[in-house]
Design a binder for this molecule. Structure first.
Ligand code: FMN
Length: 217
């Protein structure tokens, strides 16, 4: 499945089957992690067959069989880069038949810190075979989150449509995107998750804009 289709089909999945991720898919995930770590200077890591990813309250009530997870970590201040790389990993995982769940608050901070080996974790992403495929989140409309000076070109409209598919902390979609000519500006105010959300949304906008040439300002 291509990345744009995978972006449309990705939804939060908190309950997984017991099926282990086969080696060929593990190899693909690790190659994608390496690509992101090299590109952004991050320290993302995949932990497998280990049920210690979440904080107790979310583990007992909301989730099932969260046994594999990416530790999203980088240097201090790398939150936006982690968001951008995490969006790539979630959509890539979807494209190879897996499901995901970004957990930025209710994860096992001690465990993630240990796995990050000195880097700074901003959250974990659960990954595995979902019991279901999840469902689309309730969404704001394009006009609520965006504006364009003059008539918006197709790439901008497609970018906004994609940005609205992005996972955001507490499903807040607390962002606005403004366009003028080939310049695009994003503003996001979602408390401690603002920078991570910004990275995730930027990745989605770029994927939706599908190679159009524009610049972030
Ligand atoms: C930065 C960030 C932090 C999140 N933290 C949590 C969390 O602590 N607990 C949780 O259950 N979900 C968490 N989520 C998942 C969101 O609630 C979920 O992505 C959102 O409701 C949108 O749904 P979707 O992923 O299906 O698009 C987080 C998502 C993001 C992007």
């Amino acid at each position: 499945m291509d990345m744009i289709q995978a972006m449309k089909e990705r939804h939060m999945v908190r309950k997984y089957t017991e099926e282990k991720i086969p080696k060929d898919l593990v190899d693909k995930l690790n190659a994608r992690i390496k690509m992101n770590n090299d590109k952004h200077g991050l320290s993302i890591k995949l932990v497998l067959n280990d049920g210690d990813a979440l904080s107790d309250e979310v583990n007992l009530v909301l989730s099932k069989n969260v046994n594999n997870f990416f530790v999203m970590a980088g240097r201090p201040g790398d939150d936006e880069k982690c968001g951008y790389a995490g969006a790539d990993l979630m959509i890539y995982a979807q494209s190879i038949g897996l499901n995901t769940w970004w957990v930025g608050g209710q994860y096992n901070h001690k465990r993630a810190q240990k796995e990050a080996e000195g880097a700074v974790p901003v959250g974990i992403i659960a990954v595995g075979f979902g019991e279901t495929q999840g469902r689309p989140h309730d969404s704001k409309s394009a006009s609520e989150v965006s504006s364009y000076e003059g008539t918006a070109p197709k790439w901008f409209e497609d970018g906004i449509e994609a940005a609205l598919l992005a996972p955001t902390a507490k499903a807040a979609q607390a962002f606005t995107i403004e366009g003028q000519g080939t310049r695009v500006h994003i503003n996001c105010d979602n408390g401690v998750f603002s920078a991570v959300d910004t990275g995730i949304i930027r990745y989605h906008f770029e994927l939706g804009a599908n190679g159009a040439s524009f610049e972030w300002i």
